[in-house]
Write a new protein. Structure first.
Length: 211
């Protein structure tokens, strides 16, 4: 099983939104994928509970205790696991990074988000230092292309962390919040540009050999 995790200790960074839409995109491509809700807050579970019946969505499994996650993830039959990680949960973040093959750190264009991402970078670096294999990158989220902060984050000038950022960013679009609220993915909305963003993220991960 290949494990892709969305991590950032910062609350509201866009982890659940990215995890849900990436898992849905993979599922739509015919990949065998399970979305793991590692957050006791249960956003991914609530999202799935809110889903209208008949939609073609991936299964969601709750593994929201660190030990349980590590012991149980291997028992899942899927080819891919996408983990939605909680904020402010050091032990869970460490467990997620331990089992992740790929870590994506969503980061919004603000100092608070950038600074908070350091904790995830540290965990990734610690795994690498111990000889562990993990591919990792930032993912700029909630971008508004006309703002200075968005331009700054997209230019990479803030990035002193030694990790690349994905070329594709997730823009600030009401469709993401609307879809999440209605238990859908971005693919069930009419926002073609948002669908294009998630498509490109998947393409980038595939080209990098991370999926
Ligand atoms: N690209 C976006 N455009 C518009 N709204 C967004 C976008 N990404 C996230 N949001 C909204 O921002 C809020 C936080 O997003 P989300 O739940 O994905 O973050 P999170 O990192 O999972 O938060 P938490 O740390 O609480 O788990 C939600 O209300 C979500 O709908
Ligand atoms: Mg969340």
């Amino acid at each position: 099983m290949k494990v892709l995790a969305l991590v950032n200790e910062k609350g509201g960074a866009g982890k659940s939104t990215a995890a849900i839409n990436i898992a849905c995109a993979m599922h739509r491509q015919g990949k065998s994928v399970v979305l793991i809700d590692a957050d006791p807050q249960g956003t991914a579970r609530d999202w799935r509970e809110a889903s209208p019946s008949g939609l073609n969505l991936p299964p969601v499994v709750a593994l929201d205790r660190p030990e349980l996650l590590i012991s149980s993830i291997k028992t899942l039959a899927a080819e891919f696991a996408v983990i939605d990680t909680p904020a402010k949960a050091e032990k869970m973040s460490a467990s997620v990074i331990r089992i992740a093959d790929v870590a994506i750190i969503p980061v919004q264009p603000s100092g608070a988000d950038v600074w908070a991402s350091a904790a995830a970078v540290k965990l990734i670096q610690a795994k690498k230092d111990l000889g562990g294999a993990i591919d990792a990158a930032f993912l700029a989220t909630r971008i508004s292309s006309n703002t200075k902060l968005s331009k700054q984050i997209l230019s990479g000038e803030w990035n002193e962390y030694g990790l690349d950022m994905l070329d594709t960013a997730i823009s600030n679009r009401v469709a993401y919040a609307q879809a999440l609220t209605e238990g859908m993915s971005i693919y069930e909305t009419r926002d073609g540009e948002a669908k294009g963003e998630i498509d490109l993220i998947l393409q980038e991960l595939e080209v990098a050999g991370w999926l």
